[in-house]
Ligand binder design. Structure first.
Ligand code: FE2
Ligand code: FE2
Length: 187
């Protein structure tokens, strides 16, 4: 089996490499806790930011090569590129033929409605991995072990407020996830 740690060692700076290893570790633990495939969670965690250090222009060129067209909202926010290009890198370059791993990488930044368990695990692991440090991190860390949905709501709330505060575009997938979580909360 390909050693995916070697793949990211080639592609990421030391900061992002450490982050990816921490996310993989955390994803494995969350997966075991919530009955998700721990090995898949580890692989998706290792690879979720595989394109994060690739210049935006190169990512756009790569996406053109694999035939992916971005929406206006996606084009407007270079921070969103790496989740999309990363998913196609995993599928088309590393030849990992697994739709769930593809989607876990693809939606790790925006989230989306109807996320699979693996997608949720990676989304949360990216917020609470050991390398992360921001105000209130312990609140979301604690929530993550009680309910993935509760942790997702806190994480998404944080992300949406940050985006709106910066007057950036908000991806429809994030809005759809937000609405889904709110509707579930009200049930
Ligand atoms: Fe990311
Ligand atoms: Fe990340």
């Amino acid at each position: 089996m390909t050693n995916y740690v070697d793949v990211i060692k080639e592609r990421l700076d030391p900061y992002r490499l450490r982050h990816s290893l921490c996310v993989a570790d955390c994803a494995k633990k969350l997966a075991s806790n919530y009955g998700c495939d721990a090995e898949k969670a580890y692989i998706a965690g290792i690879l979720h930011d595989v394109m994060k250090n690739t210049p935006p222009d190169e990512q756009l060129e790569f996406l053109r090569c694999v035939g992916v067209e971005l929406t206006e909202v996606e084009k407007s926010n270079p921070k969103l590129y790496h989740a999309i290009s990363g998913a196609y890198y995993v599928r088309n370059v590393l030849n990992i033929d697994d739709g769930d791993i593809f989607n876990a990488v693809r939606y790790h930044t925006t989230g989306r409605a109807n996320m699979s368990l693996l997608e949720r695990v990676i989304f949360i692991a990216d917020f609470i991995s050991d390398d992360r440090d921001y105000p209130d991190i312990e609140v979301i860390r604690k929530a993550a072990w009680e309910s993935l949905e509760k942790a997702m709501m806190i994480g998404l709330d944080f992300t949406i407020k940050e985006i709106v505060g910066r007057r950036q575009t908000l991806h429809p997938d994030s809005i759809n996830l937000y609405n889904e979580l709110i509707l579930e909360e009200k049930k």
